[in-house]
Design a protein around this ligand. Structure first.
Ligand code: PAF
Length: 317
């Protein structure tokens, strides 16, 4: 009996631990995605893997986490496009301001051939991308005053992601952009080192930015995709059945993130107003003034990413 027990214990393979790091809290869209990923993996593969969650930048900023994937010290992440173009520059096309009409348009592009082709490129940089998730459209928050026209941004010390496409746009709009990793943003806002930042409602609400920002201006200047990815080291260690299970888990994470975004898009503004934030929504005419001011850099984006690619994104239904 004792020998049989010893034998079966020796046969049971220990669960492999998946270190999953992400920038936001468990009750954010990333947390929702991470939970769905974990549950789907369990449903598919039982106890073969244990997902260990590191929310709230527990493994560092997004750039550090992706570098961790490359060297195999981190296994999985859900990250914004903020730093992605530092690894796969072509992905920066999704960061071009006012490129996507609405969430349905962005989802159609990311779920179609253009999105798929971009995912494949991550295999060349020591990672494996499973699917495109999302954060929603980014808006400006700050402590100086409402932003309704480009002139309202003049000299505004605004934190941007470490993303050259965003940096170029805010410079052209007349702001004073400062690229900064997310873990430094709330302390910098608290200390007044910067006036504002920009993020989608999903982040403004879940990170409680109303506690450090008075004004939210809903300009939707750029769509913010996110990505569900694993290290190449982990991916290459999986057999075909396990790979299929990870793909399914990636899809489950995306569905959960999009569900969260849909809800916060519908209810987030009321929640922020209730918490005392002053919120103004830009009209299509207001947004046009921002687009006009970006006309020259738009031509530069076309030269960088290819006019044909940008046109086919715009033409996607
Ligand atoms: O602003 C950013 O850096 C990103 O949107 C965040 C909040 C880290 C989520 O990916």
């Amino acid at each position: 009996m004792a020998a049989a027990l010893l034998f079966s214990t020796a046969l049971a393979a220990p669960a492999a631990e998946i270190k999953l790091g992400y920038a936001l809290a468990e009750d954010s869209h990333y947390g929702a995605g991470a939970k769905a990923f974990d549950e789907a993996l369990k449903a598919e593969l039982g106890d073969a893997f244990t997902v260990k969650h590191f929310p709230s930048s527990g493994l560092g900023g997004e750039r550090e986490v992706i570098e961790g994937l490359q060297i195999g010290t981190v296994d999985a992440t859900i990250a914004s496009s903020g730093t992605l173009s530092n690894f796969v520059p072509e992905v920066g096309v999704f960061d071009v301001p006012f490129l996507f009409r609405d969430l349905a348009h962005a989802r159609a592009v990311l779920d179609g051939p253009i999105g798929d082709e971009m995912l494949v490129k991550f295999d060349d940089v020591g990672t494996h991308a499973l699917a495109w998730g999302e954060q929603g459209f980014r808006h400006i928050t700050n402590n100086r005053g409402p932003v309704a026209k480009p002139e309202d941004l003049a000299g505004l010390k605004i934190r941007t992601m470490e993303n050259p496409v965003h940096l170029k746009a805010f410079t052209a709009l007349g702001a004073a952009p400062t690229p900064m990793a997310w873990p430094e943003v709330i302390p910098a806002l608290e200390q007044g080192a910067i006036d504002g930042q920009e993020n989608p409602l999903s982040v403004i609400v879940s990170a409680k930015l109303d506690e450090v920002q008075k004004y939210a201006s809903l300009d939707g200047h750029v769509y913010s995709p996110a990505i569900v990815m694993v290290s190449k080291k982990l991916w290459d260690s999986l057999d075909d059945t396990q790979k299929a299970a990870f793909e399914k888990a990636g899809d489950a994470a995306v569905a959960a993130m999009r569900g969260y975004v849909d809800t916060v898009e519908a209810e987030g503004v009321a929640a922020l107003k209730e918490r005392g934030m002053e919120v103004n929504e830009l009209t299509p005419e207001d947004k046009k003034a921002f687009q006009d001011k970006l006309a020259d850099v738009y031509v530069e984006y076309q030269a960088q990413f290819g006019k044909e690619l940008m046109d086919s994104i715009i033409a996607t239904q």
